[in-house]
Ligand binder design. Structure first.
Ligand SMILES: Nc1ncnc2c1ncn2[C@@H]1O[C@H](COP(=O)(O)OP(=O)(O)OP(=O)(O)O)[C@@H](O)[C@H]1O
Length: 750
């Protein structure tokens, strides 16, 4: 995007750099839709709210639309995005133009390059913003209007500058009178007369922008050239190229190749560049080209642009010479500036647009070229920020290849991010925002001030116009008006007193004498005028010298001031960036603080729950301990009871044994007769005793498993709230344990 003054690019002489300014325009919601995901919170901030629901003047919150990736991944959070300026839904076309494009048009007229490109998803309003409609014109026609309002009266004669096919211009050497040439109709191009307009766009009825840039250099002459290309399926097509007279008119136009000029600027080779002499003429060409642009119906946009469109306006200017009548035909004094207006095709998801066949292929190409654009921007940004030299893959797509000159040259670039606030577009809008974030960190070298009129007195055009207006005649004309009079009359005297002839002669001589005196006076006057003119010229030369010295000083001063301005601007930018970052950080801090507070509350709640649980456990332990004590007590009593019972048994056994022994002794000590009866008695007694003994044993063995004790143990276990039913073998084990182990055993079972 470098300035081709002198046909040379001061490419490497890096001067100040400006970041690409990124603007955002939010289009209104379609009438039948209410769910919105974007909101302009200030003049510089847009918030993407995935769950917002817009109804009337209010915003409600609702679930995300189905199928939305953010919803699926559950990461949909509110995000803030900052821009140079945000145009909300109510912004009108003049506002957008005045803020974004007007400063670039002013620069363009002063010989500096500019680029405005619109980026966004399909149906987000890119074409509307760039071209608009005839009743609500967009940036492009407004640029044309302002250019011609500002320099229309300083146009160079038609064909003064001729494109040389290698991206520069030749100056035509045939001298034409500036004034009369301006009135001539161009030969190859139709001018904007009603008659000729009929050829171009009979029914062009549109509104006009009356803005005029008043500080255009009127001592220059200008010519405006336009070209329109589209990049479709990664091929470049010339939209202003007249179709050949081929019989097969339906044949597709030939694609063009990109070439690099001597100054390393990319250009479309053999592209039609038309010299235009009015905004209407240029607008008609735009309409004509637009008709050839590839648009198609998709589910999301009835007239979706399927290609990237690039409208180039080139302004050639050269200074007037000292007479103010003709331009200086010196290429070194010629300056060329370019204003490129780019309407990118919309990024889209093929699923949503229901694309197939050709549409699918187009969408693939559109998306891949936009992806390459984003990749180039990322690498450029990294290279610029880190001072690295990673190769930028400009050549990966025709779009970026052509854009190379914009990003690596000199000028100003502005990006318009068009946003469709529809909630359905949330996922894609997030990607657009990411592209914007990257782009605003890329810097472009600022164009230098041009000085093609160096050493020439300003006001040359005015002086020449004034001279022409007063109608001064040239010197020869004056001489004719001031002759001595008619030739001598007949002065032959017929006699000495021929009074009649003498009187005629005397009158004639008197007239001649008067005329002679008049002539002498006029000559003197002219000499005086010439002297005065000479004096004036000398004075003029002196003043010009002074003026040059002063303007040199002024330029130095201006350069100093503009350096300071740049410093101030860069500081302001830094300040702005810093305050944006601070704002973001503050928001983050607020977010963190809120979540911290929430976490603290959760922690307190948690601690309270833990405390409650602890208390519960202590209570439970105490209950268990009480139950264990009770059980132990019962068991002790039971054991005592059993010990006593077994002692009693033992005693009864002893008694029985003693009884048996006593009976035996009785038998042994009795007489033989008695012995038989005693023996029978003893035996029956012994049988009774044995029977008693057996009964006791059987009752003892059944008493071994004491149901009572089991129920007690069960009861104690239930009390502990653990095992509702304990297997009987456990109890058997318990019962078989010695008493001192019982406590431990109970605890372990519990
Ligand atoms: N700011 C706006 N105000 C009113 N209408 C708008 C606005 N922006 C867009 N529109 C309307 O929305 C529709 C789609 O806009 P447009 O064609 O400009 O979208 P696009 O981004 O160029 O889409 P694509 O990339 O598919 O070409 C058009 O009918 C247009 O009139």
């Amino acid at each position: 995007m470098s300035l081709r003054a002198n046909g040379k690019t001061p490419k490497k002489a890096r001067n100040e750099q400006d970041p690409i300014e990124v603007y955002c325009r939010i289009r209104p919601l379609p009438k039948d839709r209410t769910q919105s995901c974007a909101q302009a919170v200030s003049q510089t901030e847009v918030r993407l709210i995935p769950t917002q629901y817009h109804c009337g003047n209010k915003y409600f919150y609702d679930i995300l639309p189905q199928g939305c990736n953010a919803a699926k991944m559950n990461h949909a959070t509110e995000t803030s995005h900052f821009f140079e300026h945000v145009f909300d839904r109510g912004a009108n076309q003049p506002d957008v133009f005045n803020r974004i494009a007007l400063p670039l048009v002013e620069n363009f007229i002063h010989g500096k390059n500019g680029l405005i490109f619109a980026y966004g998803i399909t149906c987000s309003g890119k074409t509307f913003t760039m071209n608009g409609t005839s009743s609500d014109i967009g940036i492009l026609p407004r640029c044309l209007d302002v250019i011609f309002n500002s320099i229309g009266s300083f146009m160079a004669p038609q064909s003064t500058f001729i494109p040389d096919k290698v991206n520069s211009f030749e100056i035509c050497n045939i001298k034409q009178d500036r004034k009369s040439a301006n009135e001539k109709k161009p030969s190859s191009i139709r001018v904007n007369t009603l008659k000729n307009q009929a050829d171009f766009g009979r029914d062009i009825k549109r509104i006009y922008d009356d803005t005029k840039i008043t500080n255009a250099d009127e001592d220059n002459v200008y010519s405006v050239f336009v070209s329109l290309v589209e990049i479709y399926n990664n091929y470049v097509y010339d939209l202003l190229e007249e179709p050949s007279n081929d019989i097969n008119k339906s044949k597709l136009p030939n694609s063009k190749i990109l070439r690099e000029d001597l100054n390393h600027n990319m250009f479309v080779s053999n592209c039609t560049e038309v010299e235009v002499r009015s905004a209407d003429e240029a607008y008609a060409l735009l309409l004509k080209g637009q008709q050839r642009r590839r648009v198609a119906y998709t589910r999301l946009n009835h007239e979706s642009s399927r290609s990237h469109s690039i409208f180039n306006i080139r302004l050639v200017q050269a200074p007037l010479d000292v007479t103010g009548l003709d331009l200086i035909r010196d290429k070194n004094r010629m300056a060329v500036s370019q204003l490129s207006l780019v309407d990118l095709a919309g990024s889209e998801r093929t699923i949503r647009t229901n694309s197939d066949g050709d549409r699918l292929r187009e969408a693939g190409n559109i998306n891949s070229s936009l992806m390459v654009l984003r990749k180039c921007m990322e690498i450029l940004r990294d290279n610029q920020a880190k001072g690295s030299y990673t190769m930028v893959p400009y050549r990966d797509s025709k779009l970026t290849h052509l854009f190379k000159s914009f990003f690596e040259g000199e000028g100003k670039a502005r990006l318009i991010v068009c946003l469709n606030p529809l909630a359905d577009d949330y996922d894609e809008s997030i990607h657009v925002m990411k592209f914007a974030e990257v782009t605003k960190e890329v810097v472009v070298t600022r164009a230098k001030e041009i000085d093609i009129a160096e050493g020439l007195m300003p006001g040359r055009r005015k002086v020449a116009d004034a001279v022409a207006e007063r109608g001064f005649t040239d010197e020869s004309g004056d001489e004719i008006a001031l002759t001595l009079g008619p030739p001598f009359p007949n002065y032959l005297l017929s006699s000495a007193d021929d009074e009649k002839i003498l009187s005629i002669l005397m009158k004639f001589l008197k007239d001649r004498f008067t005329n002679r005196q008049l002539l002498n006076n006029e000559r003197k006057r002219k000499r005086n005028v010439k002297l005065r003119q000479q004096l004036f010229r000398n004075e003029l030369i002196r003043v010009e010298g002074e003026y040059n010295a002063m303007s040199k000083n002024l330029n130095e001063f201006k350069a100093e001031v503009s350096n300071k301005d740049r410093e101030v601007q860069s500081l302001e930018r830094k300040l702005k960036n810093a305050s944006e970052k601070i704002e973001l950080l503050q928001k983050n801090i607020e977010g963190f603080e809120t979540s911290n507070r929430e976490l603290e509350l959760q922690l307190i709640e948690h601690r309270r729950m833990v405390e409650d649980e602890k208390q519960e456990r202590t209570k439970l332990k105490e209950a268990i301990r009480g139950a264990v004590f009770q059980e132990r007590d019962k068991w002790e009593r039971e054991c005592d009871k059993r010990v006593k019972a077994s002692q009693l048994q033992m005693k009864s056994k002893l008694w029985e044994t003693d009884e048996k022994l006593r009976l035996l002794k009785e038998i042994v000590e009795s007489t033989p007769t008695k012995r038989k009866s005693v023996g029978v008695n003893v035996l029956s007694s012994i049988d009774k005793l044995e029977e008693k003994e057996r009964k006791r044993k059987s009752s003892e063995s059944s008493a071994d498993v004491d149901e009572n004790s089991i129920s007690i143990t069960r009861k104690s276990v239930r009390l502990a709230g653990r095992t509702p039913v304990m297997k009987s073998n456990v109890y058997h084990k318990m019962l078989s344990r010695p008493r001192h182990e019982l406590k431990f055993y109970e605890c372990s079972v519990i």
